[in-house]
Design a protein around this ligand. Structure first.
Ligand code: ADP
Ligand code: MG
Length: 629
């Protein structure tokens, strides 16, 4: 029997391993299964090129086994195995120096976890959960087997052993503190988190399978069951296949496999597949994203050669696409580095822009191939697209071809179609094209109707980031402005060169203005006289576009100029000097009566804007009853 010393300079590396990755104990299993997978795939390669010395590949699997009595956990493979010399070399020297180097490099940046600690520790991560580790291994090219034992110190023993089949068994004697890893449920959880799509079948225990009844079975026949190996993984997940091998239903099935708790179907998928200048495969799904962005449980998962790494893809996937779901798999993403390094890596940058390009291309082809269907999905996907247009110039450009602007009448127009439609009727006297929009069809109903009566097209834009998007569109396009329908009286929304004639003389106007200003609170309303049609509303409350938009932008983050968010709400009170009620107010002799008429009219205007609430609403109702009785 050989004994020896593992060749290291850092004497206390084991305690360090345990401490450093304290929170990430569970990754040991993934590391061991990765090694078992590598060893099996190596054998597959050797047999394929006829270099395996007559050993057959067969149908190898990896087995994970718990032995509660002996407090051991076993990971068994049928791969290439190791000769004694290889154990010396790969376990005692190379693997250890790898672990050592890793710790040296990262021991100061333990706080910057996230991706650190995912890879690089390899075999020695077993000592995070075991005080003693055994390797029983037989190489495909050797007659004798080897048995290595190490008890978490730098000493080890290595001797000949008895093992018939090629392959390796790793035996972990689990620490008292880590006995959770002797629980079947816990191991099953880890296997399904990290190994669900690994390329070699992984057996964990057995399960009962119900056999199908034969065709001619009697009605009351009970189906038979049989005990079969429980294979916990799908070794050939959809993303490893070519798009032309898959049908729509395969993509949907894979979605359910990825997110078993997700009952809503995805809207569509995007299959990613590149091998130059970097390697990346994957499938992204557009989920239904209605309303506010919910807290996201089901995220995009990052794999490396079918091994789960993380579901934090920040920095790798463009931010606006992190709301999508699915998987990406790339061996070219450096993993044992910090986030800030990741963001500077040129490969990673290329990956992010590739993904964003593919998504844009897919959206464009969906739009071109089936516009009707695309329009139906628009409200569920617009947040992602609008966010992408805001945050990435390239995406903004591509989106010109498929971004839609819905109208209050349920038409969905591209920007180009919209401009063509409105340019004649909605260009003001200075040559600016004014695009009208509403954010809420109910509360802005009267304004929408007034605009439509003028033949204007009104968009319905209701995502939370709309104010930012409009700002962006106004700065990208020439001579356009967006104005919400309630920003002004309809005649002022798009200023044309036509003078409206007022019934009132200048003196009368002067008096009317003073009368109103003595009643309405001036810190809230600016009184503004307008000669409108006599059948238009007598009073209209409007809020100037600029001010409202700045406030909204501040509420949704960004655009924090002028401290608008803290400004009090200010409105314009537009008084229609051609309306009979206004003439009546002007000509009312008693001050008391005039005040009551103004108050009542103002409250009605507020009511139509949904601005009358609480105590004031109660007072209004009481006053109204008094007036009708
Ligand atoms: P890595 O997998 O990154 O090479 P590890 O520390 O995980 O680093 O493993 C060190 C080496 O030990 C492997 O490269 C391999 O040569 C050998 N090894 C580990 N596990 C096995 C196994 N199950 N079968 C064969 N060789 C193995
Ligand atoms: Mg490894």
């Amino acid at each position: 029997m050989a004994t020896g010393n593992i060749n290291v300079s850092v004497e206390n590396i084991f305690p360090l391993i345990k401490k450093f990755l304290y929170s990430d104990h569970e990754i040991f299993l993934r590391e061991l299964i990765s090694n078992a997978t590598d060893a099996t795939l190596k054998l597959k390669h050797l047999t394929a090129i006829g270099e395996a010395g007559g050993v057959e590949y067969g149908n190898p699997r990896i087995e994970v086994k718990i032995d509660k009595e002996n407090k051991t956990l076993h990971v068994i493979d049928q791969g290439v195995g190791m000769t004694k010399e290889e154990v010396e070399k790969y376990i005692n020297e190379v693997a250890f120096s790898g672990a050592e180097e890793f710790l040296e490099k990262y021991k100061d940046s333990a706080k910057d976890s996230g991706i650190i600690g995912h890879f690089g520790l390899g075999f020695y991560s077993a000592f995070m959960v075991a005080n003693k580790v055994e390797i029983l291994t037989k190489s495909y090219k050797d007659e004798s087997a080897a048995h290595w034992v190490c008890e978490g110190t730098t000493e080890f023993t290595l001797e000949d052993a008895d093992k018939k089949e090629h392959g390796t068994e790793i035996i972990l004697h689990i620490n008292e503190d880590d006995k959770e890893f002797l629980e079947e449920a816990r191991i099953r959880e880890l296997l399904s988190k990290y190994n669900k799509f690994m390329p070699i079948p992984i057996k964990f225990g057995t399960r009962e399978e119900t056999l199908p009844l034969p065709e001619d079975a009697p009605e009351d026949a009970k189906p038979e069951t049989k005990t079969v190996d429980d294979i916990i993984n799908n070794p050939n997940p959809a993303w490893t296949k070519q798009p032309n091998e898959l049908e729509d239903k395969d993509y949907k099935e894979f979605y359910r496999e990825l997110y078993p708790m997700q009952f809503e179907e995805p809207l569509f998928h995007i299959h990613l597949n590149v091998d130059y200048p970097f390697n990346l495969t994957g499938i992204l799904y557009f989920p239904k994203l209605t309303g506010n962005m919910e807290i996201q449980r089901d995220k995009i998962q990052l794999y490396q050669n079918q091994v789960f790494v993380t579901d934090n893809v920040e920095g790798i996937v463009p931010e606006f696409l992190t709301m999508l779901r699915g998987v990406i798999d790339s061996p070219d993403i450096p993993l044992n580095v910090s986030r800030s390094y990741l963001q500077a890596d040129s490969n990673v940058k290329k990956i992010a822009s590739y993904i964003s390009r593919k998504v844009a291309d897919k959206l464009k082809s969906l739009f071109n191939n089936n516009r009707e269907d695309f329009e139906k999905k628009w409200n569920d996907i617009k947040i992602v697209i609008e966010y992408g247009m805001l945050s990435e110039d390239k995406f903004f450009e591509k989106a010109q071809k498929f971004a839609l602007y819905p109208t209050v009448d349920d038409k969905y127009l591209t920007y180009e179609e919209l401009a063509e439609k409105i340019k004649d009727n909605q260009t003001d006297k200075d040559g600016n094209m004014v695009i009208l929009y509403a954010s809420n069809q109910d509360s802005q109903h009267s304004y929408i109707e007034a605009a439509k009566a003028k033949g204007y097209e009104v968009l319905l834009l209701d995502s939370p980031i709309v104010p930012h998007l409009l700002q962006k569109l106004e700065s990208e396009k020439e001579k356009i402005s967006f104005v919400r329908v309630d920003a002004d009286n309809v005649d002022n929304l798009i200023k044309k060169d036509e003078e409206k004639i007022s019934k009132l003389s200048d003196e009368e106007k002067e008096k009317l203005k003073t009368d109103f200003e003595s009643v309405v609170p001036k810190e809230k309303y600016t009184v503004q006289l307008e000669a409108m049609d006599s059948d238009a509303a007598p009073l209209i409350i409007t809020q100037p576009e600029f001010m409202r938009r700045m406030k909204e932008m501040q509420q949704t983050g960004g655009g924090g100029m002028f401290g608008m968010g803290n400004m009090p709400e200010m409105y314009n009170l537009v008084v229609n000097t051609n309306h009979p009620l206004i003439s009546e107010i002007l000509n009312t002799k008693t001050v008391k009566k005039q005040e009551r008429l103004i108050k009542q009219s103002l409250d009605l205007a507020r009511l139509s804007q949904n601005l009358l609430k609480g105590e004031e609403l109660t007072a209004f109702i009481k006053r109204s009853f008094d007036m009708v009785k």
